[in-house]
Design a binder for this molecule. Structure first.
Ligand code: AMP
Length: 213
């Protein structure tokens, strides 16, 4: 089963993906997380991606496709996965279709996570992420029990450098110009279900109702 989470940065795709991967026992495939991993290890891919990520621009398609294809062929992805943050351009969506077809699989659902823009901006500014396990917090709406420390693993929380005001603006502009057209692409294929809201638990419930227990 391949579930695709589509939506603006800050829509809560990462949080929903965490809930869905636990529920359906599927791996979470986030191109943002994969890129951040390469960045932290200083790989060639990380070096290529860095300046784009730092400034809120999309990383070139060929770089992202390379890491995604590698991930898809890992054993834990053979039963399916929850895809978060990909595709972000129509070209990526077309390439994904090819990759999936080559592996005789298919996309089960595309969920359009629809959150009001003012909520998105507030969320991104207040988001904190665990530096070790990736758990997501929000200093206003979902603070950790102990300030600056992950409830799950105790590691320090970090403020992503691209969750700063000017970079957020750039990321949202990239979303509007390059990523939103991806929704039409899937709408034409009749795969899209829109899930509106601001509460992740409620949105998770709606998704499970559609996908099935
Ligand atoms: P995310 O964690 O999904 O918000 O991604 C963080 C950053 O990684 C984005 O602002 C982009 O620079 C880059 N990125 C992640 N996924 C993609 C993708 N599918 N295509 C291009 N760039 C991406």
């Amino acid at each position: 089963m391949i579930l695709l989470l589509f939506g603006a940065p800050g829509a809560g795709k990462g949080t929903l993906a965490e809930m869905l991967t636990k529920h359906y026992k599927l791996p979470h495939v986030s191109t943002g997380d994969l890129l951040r991993y390469h960045l932290s290890k200083g790989t060639e891919i990380g070096k290529k991606a860095k300046e784009y990520m730092d400034t809120g621009l999309l990383v070139p398609d060929d770089v992202v496709l390379e890491i995604l294809e590698e991930k898809m062929d890992e054993k834990d992805c053979h039963r399916g996965y929850v895809l978060d943050g990909f595709p972000r351009t129509v070209e990526q969506a077309e390439a994904l279709d090819e990759m999936i077809e080559e592996r005789s699989a298919k996309i089960s659902h595309v969920f359009n996570i629809d959150v009001p823009r003012d909520v998105i901006v507030k969320r991104l500014c207040a988001r904190r992420v665990c530096s070790k396990c990736g758990a997501i917090y929000n200093v206003e709406f979902k603070p950790p029990k102990k300030e600056g420390t992950c409830d799950v693993c105790g590691a320090p929380l970090m403020h992503r450098s691209d969750d700063k005001d000017d970079v957020i603006r750039k990321r949202l502009a990239e979303y509007e110009s390059k990523t939103r057209p991806v929704l039409d692409y899937y709408q034409k294929k009749n795969l899209v279900r829109t899930v509106k809201g601001t509460d992740s638990a409620e949105m998770f419930g709606k998704i499970v109702d559609i996908v099935g227990k």
